[in-house]
Structures are given as structure tokens and as C-alpha cells.
Design a protein around this ligand. Structure first.
Ligand code: NAP
Length: 282
């Protein structure tokens, strides 16, 4: 079975429309971009298109790559106090000479819809807040849409980034799953993936997971998105064509986790628009 991210996202957007109908002002997202990374340009266009479609607004603040760290930081601080802005994202990756952590932590926690500030991440880890990064939230919603039970399930996550693997593992543990996190130093990865009922991959290597890594009837969530140099097309981590006879419930790339990540971001934007003072208990 194909786990269709577009279909799932559309169903959740219908629920968001009901929530935002009661807001006095429609949410506005500001994106801070440094440089002209083509993949970032595409992701930002996709976010803008969806927000406008939903009647929300989008403001892009784009800097040349030879701008300074301080200029970008000052702009973020200005956006923090702009009452017309409900959410701020710093589009990653930043050029190498920028201090990513400092800029992420400059975003006000009450506008941090990516949940990437140290404080919001800490609040999530300690169970003080349900706000989580967009991709883990999107994956949870996708599993919810397809009624995939998590309690007591063995789940293998491949990838341990702060953006995806770690917060997703935590979110799944909070849903009572038993999670194994794998990475580039994991020995005998296939032995772990094969015995898991759900395999989630966030590696970023095209067709890295061949048929040998899977067992029949598993659920497979392919977060990886990379350009396959052989075909020049976008590819997931899973060798999708060669796992067809295993009866997997699997996300395609594109059309799986991608649309759910955009949804996750917009759900966070709506959440912080409804409850702007996330910091009130701190
Ligand atoms: P990342 O920071 O580069 O992390 C990649 C992870 O893969 C690392 O933990 C790395 O292990 C692990 N890895 C690399 N080679 C491996 C191997 N041979 N065996 C097992 N693990 C291996 O990337 P990320 O930011 O988490 O993103 C991962 C992928 O997801 C990328 O393709 C990205 O584009 C995609 N992504 C997609 C969406 C979406 O909406 N669809 C959203 C976010 C990210 P080490 O830690 O040991 O190096």
C-alpha cells in the first residue's frame, strides 16, 4: 500500500481551516534565507504556495551570502517583535561561515515554528511542550491518518540528526513505541531493520536501502530526499521499485513525507498563532 502524503496532508488542512476560521488575523510566516541555495528556493516556494492557498501570508527576507552574521541576527530580532508575524524560520542550510546555532537561538521561542531553538527543543524533550519539529510532526500525522498503531511496536529509525532522527525517536517513544536509532556506525543494519515492524529512514542516500533490508508487510517511511546522480531525479533512501513484491505500506518520494513536513510546519504556525505566549510558564 502507498502511504500518500498529499492525500493525508489535504485531510489535515481541512481541519486546520476550521481552526483558523476563528482567528482575527490569518497567520503569517516569515522565512529568513541567506544565499541562493536552489533546493532552499524550491522548498520556500512550496511553503509560500501552500500558505497563500490557505489564506495565510508569507514574507521572505532574503540576504546575499556575503552579508554578516550580525545583520541576519538583527533582522531576526526585529521580526521577533513584529506583531504581524506569527512564525519565523531560518531556512537551512546556511552558508558555511554562519553560526547556525546562534541564529536559530535568536528566534523568539513563541515564534519558533520549526522548534529548533535550544529552549523549545529542551521543552519538547522534557515533555513540557508538544511543539516539535515539522518533519517528526508530519510523520506522526501520516501514521495517524493511516491508523498505524504505535504502542508496543518495534521501530527502527535510521539517522540521528537534531532536525529529524532524534526528535522523531522521542516523539515515537512518547507514543509508547520501542525505538532503535541507527546511524553510520551501526553494525549489521539489516538485522535491525528486518525485525522492526516500522522502518523510518532519514539518511539522504538514493536507493541505499535495498530489498535485503526489509521483511514482508512492514511499514516503511522514507524521509530521505536526494538527487540521484544516475537519473538526475529526486530519490528516497529506499530502492522503491525493487521492494514492490514485499507488500510494504510505504511512502513514495516525492509525495510522501515532503507534503507532510510542509503540513507540520503550517500546523505549528497555526498553533503558535492561537497561543502566541508559549513562554508564559517559563
Ligand atoms: P543528516 O543530518 O545528514 O543525517 C543523516 C543521518 O544518516 C546521520 O545520522 C548519518 O549517521 C546517517 N547515515 C549516513 N550514512 C549512513 C549509513 N551508511 N548507514 C546508516 N546511517 C547512515 O540529514 P537530515 O537532516 O536528518 O536529513 C536526512 C534526509 O532526510 C536528507 O535526505 C534530507 O534531505 C531529508 N529530509 C527530508 C525532509 C522531507 O520533508 N521529506 C525533511 C527533512 C529532511 P551519522 O550520524 O553517523 O553521520
Amino acid at each position: 500500500m502507498i502511504l500518500d502524503g498529499k492525500k493525508s496532508a489535504e485531510s489535515f488542512y481541512e481541519k486546520l481551516k476550521i481552526r483558523t476560521a476563528n482567528l482575527t488575523n490569518q497567520p503569517c510566516l516569515a522565512a529568513v534565507q541567506v544565499g541562493d541555495n536552489p533546493a532552499s528556493n524550491t522548498y520556500l516556494r512550496i511553503k509560500e504556495k501552500k500558505l497563500l492557498e490557505l489564506g495565510m501570508s508569507f514574507r521572505l527576507v532574503k540576504f546575499d551570502s556575503n552579508t554578516t552574521q550580525d545583520e541576519v541576527k538583527s533582522k531576526i530580532i526585529e521580526l521577533n517583535s513584529d506583531s504581524n508575524i506569527n512564525g519565523i524560520i531560518v531556512q537551512l542550510p546556511l552558508p558555511e561561515n554562519f553560526n547556525e546555532r546562534e541564529l536559530l537561538d535568536s528566534v523568539s521561542i513563541s515564534k519558533d515554528i520549526d522548534c529548533l531553538t535550544t529552549l523549545n527543543m529542551g521543552r519538547f524533550v522534557t515533555g513540557q511542550s508538544e511543539l516539535m519539529p515539522a518533519t517528526p510532526l508530519g510523520v506522526l500525522r501520516l501514521l495517524e491518518f493511516y491508523n498505524i498503531d504505535l504502542e508496543g511496536k518495534n521501530i527502527c529509525i535510521i539517522g540521528r540528526s537534531n532536525l529529524v532522527g532524534k526528535p522523531l525517536a522521542l516523539a515515537l517513544v512518547q507514543k509508547n513505541a520501542t525505538v532503535t536509532i541507527c546511524h553510520s556506525k551501526t553494525n549489521n543494519l539489516a538485522a535491525i531493520t528486518i525485525q522492526s515492524s516500522i522502518v523510518i529512514s532519514a539518511v539522504g542516500k538514493p536507493k541505499f536501502l535495498t530489498k535485503e533490508y526489509f521483511a514482508p508487510n512492514q511499514t516503511v517511511i522514507d524521509i530521505g530526499t536526494s538527487l540521484n546522480p544516475e537519473t538526475n531525479k529526486l530519490s528516497g533512501d529506499v530502492d522503491f521499485e525493487n521492494v514492490q513484491d514485499l507488500n510494504l505500506s510505504i511512502t513514495p518520494v516525492p509525495g510522501g513525507v515532503g507534503p507532510m513536513t510542509v503540513y507540520g510546519l503550517i500546523e505549528n504556525l497555526v498553533r503558535l498563532s492561537e497561543e502566541p505566549i508559549l513562554s508564559k510558564n517559563i
